[in-house]
Write a protein that binds this ligand. Structure first.
Ligand SMILES: Nc1ncnc2c1ncn2[C@@H]1O[C@H](COP(=O)(O)OP(=O)(O)OP(=O)(O)O)[C@@H](O)[C@H]1O
Ligand SMILES: [Mg+2]
Length: 419
């Protein structure tokens, strides 16, 4: 079977490949003589050989005799176009009917030469067909390059998104761990002061040290749990589905955490415990983080002493969402992801601080938005709160009136606790 050297990089290539399909030896030989120095040549004496060659070689241009024994030139063209749709074809015709020519046309043959052909016409026809192929290959390879460029850009965009997500998570870890670390640092300082003054531990001192160590251990455990949770997110481990945390136990933990928080200062802080206990379908640490972020914000909202209250109740009916209207004093968030089926658990964090100005209210959940000084706040607290509530299929409402104070209310899907 006639062969040719396989080009290393077919598109674009310097030397074109020409396939000649003719069952007569004479014209095939003439073609060889004319084109052997210019192109890589493939010779086929019948249709099946031509198709076999097309399967294994890149072919730019084919010159086909229409009238051949066995498979006609039109049939060969049809099959060749199937294998090599971009190939250019020149048909050699003798005394064909218009019908045959129409068929060849339909198969996108680009030229027709009369047989016997004259040398100059054949040279011109093949050269033109080759040029068209080169141009097409160039356009094709440019299009591929553009496509590759677009894919690269898209990949870069995704990489940037992942990096941003990781950056957000890292920032969240730092933000969340800051609360327990502040408490730990304060108590260690206190212990240090007390212990450095004495040489021997009396019972009273021992009790003092023990109590503070207890708090430090609890806060350290919080830090570990916070980092574990975020590491799970980074590893894209799916969270446990619908845990049930007792609201009573949770609020007790929250009270203990806030009671030792430095932001408490001269403020009044109280937690109203639930009349009945119920479970909430959210991670316990997540709920504590939510409420603690809201409580700390409320404690820090004014330098003057004010009151902060946390409380909650069980709702036995779904929320009437139509009753909530966003306005200068109100905003409702996460409605799209809310699982509005009873029972729902409602928590509120209320303060008697200065309130949030109407022009600031729409921005408070934006990441990094803060009205605090550069070393005082990251502006991530409320963004974390909103994300946790969204993950827990809950909703969040804020109502704030200048001069009166602010109330954050959250609604989370509840679940009866196992008896
Ligand atoms: N209870 C509140 N009263 C008045 N303003 C509030 C209250 N809670 C939040 N804000 C406003 O919302 C802003 C954003 O709060 P967020 O918790 O996201 O960040 P931050 O508290 O400023 O920073 P960080 O949480 O790192 O301490 C605050 O800077 C403050 O202006
Ligand atoms: Mg905050």
């Amino acid at each position: 079977m006639p062969t040719t050297e396989e080009p290393l990089n077919p598109v674009p290539k310097r030397r074109g490949t020409l396939l000649v399909v003719d069952d007569e030896d004479g014209p095939r030989e003439s073609m060889r003589v004319i084109f052997k120095d210019e192109y890589d040549l493939l010779m086929a004496e019948d249709g099946p050989t031509a198709i076999e060659l097309a399967k294994h070689h890149d072919i730019d241009v084919a010159v086909l005799d229409i009238r051949m024994a066995g498979m006609s030139g039109i049939e060969v063209l049809e099959r060749l176009k199937y294998v090599k749709p971009d190939m250019e074809a020149i048909m050699m015709t003798a005394f064909e009917t218009t019908d045959t020519i129409r068929k060849a046309l339909r198969l996108r043959a680009c030229d027709y030469l009369n047989k016997p052909f004259d040398l100059a016409t054949m040279r011109a026809a093949v050269s033109q067909a080759m040029q068209r192929r080169t141009l097409e290959s160039e356009i094709h390879s440019s299009a591929e390059k553009v496509q590759q460029l677009l894919t690269d850009l898209e990949n870069q965009r995704i990489d940037a998104q992942i990096a941003r997500k990781r950056g957000d998570i890292l920032a969240s870890i730092i933000h969340d761990i800051n609360n327990p670390l502040t408490v730990i640092a304060g108590f260690l300082e206190l212990l240090n002061q007390r212990v450095s003054r004495i040489t021997k531990l009396e019972t009273e001192d021992l009790e003092f040290v023990k109590a503070r160590l207890g708090i430090i251990i609890r806060q350290t455990t919080n830090c570990i749990e916070i980092s574990r949770r975020y590491l799970d997110i980074l590893r894209e481990k799916p969270g446990q589905s619908a845990p049930r945390v007792s609201v009573k136990a949770l609020l007790k933990d929250l009270e203990k955490n806030v009671d030792v928080h430095p932001s408490l200062r001269e403020n009044e802080f109280s937690v109203a415990l639930f009349a009945e206990d119920i479970g909430v379908k959210i991670g316990g640490m997540d709920l504590i983080q939510i409420l603690q972020n809201l409580a700390v914000n409320a404690l820090q909202c004014a330098p003057q002493p004010h009151r902060v209250e946390v409380g909650g109740e069980v709702l036995r009916a779904p929320l009437d969402l139509a009753a909530f209207k966003d306005g200068p004093n109100d905003r409702l968030l996460n409605v799209e992801s809310l699982d509005n089926t009873a029972p729902l658990v409602k928590f509120w964090v209320r303060d008697t601080g200065p309130g949030i100005p109407a022009e600031v209210l729409p921005k408070i959940f934006d990441p990094y938005f803060t009205t605090k000084g550069p070393r005082e706040g990251t502006g991530l607290g409320l963004n974390i709160v909103q994300r946790f509530i969204k993950d827990g299929h809950g909703a969040l409402h804020v109502h704030s009136v200048a001069g009166e104070g602010t109330t954050f209310t959250i609604y989370l899907p509840g679940a009866e606790l196992a008896k």
